[in-house]
Design a protein around this ligand. Structure first.
Ligand SMILES: NC(=O)c1ccc[n+]([C@@H]2O[C@H](COP(=O)([O-])OP(=O)(O)OC[C@H]3O[C@@H](n4cnc5c(N)ncnc54)[C@H](O)[C@@H]3O)[C@@H](O)[C@H]2O)c1
Length: 434
């Protein structure tokens, strides 16, 4: 099939590469010339496991092309994915400027029948607005909603083997084309679920909000555990063993971040408000998360006092979760800014997100050469992102490097008992005093 993809970010690039890998001819288009130049050379502008190999292979085999020319992309394709950003407006609503720019561009350059596939996360009603825009086109332009559920860090795997594919449309022909396109990815009998556009749009928000609720719920239980001296790690094991609940998204920590959960929960709350409806559960989940992002910081203030002007902190992990370089709405930003405002110095290390961190903090922090370099001479270690390589460190070395043996563990990676035995002052999230 002949496909183009608007937007070469985390979703668009993965979509383009995976659709090319299944034999389609794909043109990916972006307004960011630097990104396109890198991609033409086979260099991914983002870190995502397995992406570089697929990118290089499909470029070499001429199934994948990159351009900044939207006319070329539209004219040479039948199915056109929109995977551009949908950031938050200041009032929490979803900014659809980029999506509608693409719809207008597609209408402008359409030279025959097109199927617009909206993959960006968009509020209910967006596909209908897109249909309004294209309805007076000379050529037939269909609008399909196809929300994306991939997780950064395992995005390629998620796209190649999705749990489900959701297709929203009002036309059997569109369902048929989309089923054919996705058939190679659901050979393991995972469902392609067809529905109307509005329900498809809502499915994405409902899924993200529910996951956000699960995280915030466990974070709130963790704070109560601290008050009553229960151990949230034990509670998590006991709760997650119930097959109706499961273990996923039950890990207490420093709060959720990333480019999706915070903005999508906000957009869902806004959609409800626009419809005179008080969406109480997602609203609470959002507020709990805001509190959670400052929880570790408050523990640091409790220990060292609120004036940190003579203190240095060694930070492990900056990305909003492991296996990505994405720092959008990362809890590390709140924690580091909180430390800097209290006068502290920060030495930070992340396996993949150092370049992104430089864009955010500039000269304000020291970018360590390695995890252990971040701890050299620091008053305490703070673990924010649970990268695999931080799970089993050399604690003797850590103790020698730190000025004082103090660890704030925002992801409950270490055992409080073992930390005590090794002579550390250890603070996790919702852990029992030992
Ligand atoms: N990142 C995720 O994990 C994830 C998962 C599921 C869904 N989503 C949704 O997918 C969408 C894209 O997210 P992302 O993280 O890939 O965004 P991103 O910010 O990484 O990438 C968006 C890209 O779109 C480009 N762009 C903007 N306007 C354009 C235009 N007119 N023509 C061509 N390109 C244009 C930008 O230059 C940028 O490269 C969002 O709606 C997001 O909510 C994201």
């Amino acid at each position: 099939m002949k496909i183009s993809v608007f937007g070469t970010g985390y979703v668009g690039l993965v979509t383009a590469v995976c659709l090319a890998e299944s034999g389609n001819e794909v043109i990916a288009v972006d307004i960011d010339e630097n990104k396109i130049n890198l991609l033409k050379e086979g260099i991914p502008p983002i870190y995502e496991k397995g992406l570089e190999e697929l990118l290089k292979w499909n470029l070499k085999n001429n199934r994948l092309k990159f351009t900044t020319d939207p006319a070329l992309a539209v004219e040479s394709s039948h199915i056109i994915f929109i995977a551009v950003g949908t950031p938050s407006n200041p009032d929490g609503s979803c900014n659809l400027t980029y999506v509608f720019d693409c719809v207008n561009t597609i209408k402008k350059y359409a030279n025959n029948e097109k199927i617009i596939v909206i993959k960006s996360t968009v509020p209910v009603g967006t596909a209908n607005k897109a249909k309004e825009i294209v309805k007076d086109s000379k050529h037939k332009i269909y609008v399909c909603s196809n929300p994306e559920f991939l997780k950064e860090g395992v995005a390629i795997e998620d796209f190649m083997k999705p749990d489900r594919v959701v297709i929203g449309a009002d036309n059997d022909y569109v369902f048929e084309v989309m089923r054919e396109l996705y058939a190679p990815f659901v050979r393991n009998e995972k469902p392609i679920i067809s529905m109307d556009n509005e329900s498809a749009e809502m499915t994405k928000y409902a899924a993200n909000a529910l996951l956000a609720v699960k995280i915030s719920f466990m974070n709130e239980i963790a704070l109560l555990c601290e008050k009553v001296n229960a151990d949230v790690e034990m509670v998590r094991k006991g709760v997650g063993a119930d097959y109706r609940i499961g273990y996923q998204f039950l890990f207490p920590g420093v709060g959720f971040g990333g480019s999706c959960f915070p903005k999508d929960v906000r957009a869902l709350i806004h959609l409800a408000e626009e419809n005179d409806f008080d969406l109480m559960i997602p609203k609470s989940a959002y507020n709990v998360n805001e509190r959670q992002k400052r929880h570790l910081l408050n523990k640091i203030f409790d220990f060292f006092g609120e004036d940190l002007s003579d203190k240095t902190f060694g930070i492990w992990g900056l990305s909003f979760k492991p296996n990505t370089d994405d720092m959008r709405e990362a809890p590390s930003i709140v924690i580091i800014n909180g430390l800097l405002s209290a006068g502290a110095k920060v030495r930070a290390f992340d396996p993949k997100a150092m370049e992104e961190a430089k864009k955010i903090f500039g000269e304000k922090i020291y970018y360590a050469e390695s995890d252990y370099d971040a701890l050299s001479g620091a008053d305490a270690m703070i673990l924010i992102t649970e990268w695999q390589e931080f799970r089993n460190p050399d604690f003797d070395k850590i103790k020698k490097l730190l000025k004082r043996p103090v660890i704030f563990d925002g992801r409950n990676q270490y055992s409080p008992r073992k930390m005590k035995e090794l002579g550390f002052k250890y603070y996790g999230i919702g852990r029992k005093n030992v």
